[in-house]
Design a protein around this ligand. Structure first.
Ligand SMILES: Cc1cc2nc3c(=O)[nH]c(=O)nc-3n(C[C@H](O)[C@H](O)[C@H](O)COP(=O)(O)O)c2cc1C
Length: 357
């Protein structure tokens, strides 16, 4: 099933070159500029975009109905400033955050790097965000709870504030959870960012058990995992997810590995932080496959990592994901990729259900 984008899209031809040159190539400035433009889009512009990019191919996962299977990954719109624009660009769900209980500036700049020849990104943002209370206020402004106004389900990703010691992590997550869960169709527990010191130790089974117990309630809670965990460590974590009521797993976050980079990008490989995009495609797919096999399909998976073509999305679904998310693919290929991936997901499901008939 080859669904690669054969031709160059308008985004790749006209928009990307301009964006990539803006701000003297400072990737974070471009990010801020683009978010501000998206936040400023009015209803008429959004409805033109919706007509072009929205794909209606509903799917139900962990009791939530998604208009299509392709979502915006966490980190793109941390503070939810451009919320109504994402569904117009074709996304079937949006994950905002990661937010922390306390507002924090994140790491020093520069902290975001494009590795163009590798279709990759390295980031060490460090959970720069306005805090859980600010996001709650914004979501309240947006009107009624949950996705009713947004039109697509909303996931909210929670992380630990940098100043909070690891021993107090659960309370920190709980503070954000209390403020935000009324607005969320699902909560993502981010214990896998490489950019907050010690955070990944919260992937240990006792820490995950404690977190899931503390956050148990009506809102589905998913755990986002790193692609750098060993299979035995993932297996342990999955056991806890299954026994403590997790609604699913988000696989994966960025990697600390530096495999698969083009020669021209080698100088940037030394930048600290998490790598995403094309070099992560295969690694994320393997983790999704492992999670699916290990759990016998009992835990729904949101597959994320290196979806750069519609075919990559189909392969993640083949590996066992029920939904997929994009970040880097959107930076390199724009909304045509969202549409293409959503269509590929719909085709994939139609084929899978024909095969089971
Ligand atoms: C600049 C940047 C910031 C990110 N911030 C977050 C974050 O705050 N929380 C999170 O769970 N993942 C974050 N991620 C990880 C993405 O959500 C995603 O898991 C990862 O980039 C792999 O997907 P991709 O290859 O499609 O980019 C971030 C990724 C990038 C590139």
């Amino acid at each position: 099933m080859a669904l690669r984008c054969g031709r160059v899209t308008a985004f790749e031809r006209a928009v990307r070159p301009v964006l990539f040159r803006l701000g003297g190539g400072d990737a974070e400035k471009v990010h801020e500029f683009t978010l501000a433009r998206l936040a400023g889009l009015g209803g008429p512009a959004r409805s033109v975009l919706r007509g072009r990019y929205a794909v209606d191919a509903p799917v139900e996962v962990f009791g939530v109905r998604f208009p299509n299977a392709v979502g915006l990954a966490a980190g793109m719109d941390k503070n939810g400033v451009a919320l109504p624009s994402w569904p117009a660009l074709g996304f079937g769900f949006v994950e905002v955050g990661t937010v922390t209980a306390k507002a924090q500036p994140g790491n020093d700049r520069p902290r975001l790097f494009r590795l163009r020849d590798s279709e990759a990104i390295i980031n060490r943002m460090g959970f720069n965000n306005a805090g859980a209370a600010a996001l709650a206020a914004r979501l309240q402004e947006l009107g009624p709870l949950r996705s009713s106004k947004l039109g697509v389900p909303l996931g909210i990703s929670l992380g630990k504030s940098k100043v909070t010691p690891l021993e107090e992590a659960v309370e920190d997550y709980l503070t954000s959870y209390r403020l935000l869960h009324p607005y969320a169709d699902y909560i993502a527990v981010n214990v896998s960012s490489p950019n907050t010191p010690g955070l990944r130790t919260l992937q240990d089974k006792s820490a995950v058990a404690e977190l899931l117990t503390a956050l148990a309630g009506d809102t589905p809670v998913l755990v986002k995992i790193a692609p750098d965990l060993t299979e035995p460590a993932i297996a342990e974590l999955l056991e806890v997810c299954l026994s403590h009521g997790a609604a699913g797993v988000i696989a994966t976050n960025t990697t600390l590995a530096r495999d698969g980079l083009a020669a021209a990008d080698q100088p940037k490989a030394a930048e600290a932080g998490g790598l995403s995009g094309r070099p992560l495609t295969e690694k994320a797919r393997k983790v999704v496959h492992f999670v699916h096999t290990e759990t016998g399909g009992r835990l729904p998976i949101i597959g994320v990592g290196g979806v750069m073509t519609p075919d990559d999305a189909a392969r993640l679904l083949d590996a066992g994901a029920s939904l997929v998310q994009l970040y880097s693919g959107f930076i390199y290929h724009g909304p045509a990729l969202v549409r293409g991936a959503a269509r590929a997901a719909a085709t994939h499901r139609a084929q899978a259900s024909a095969e089971t008939r």
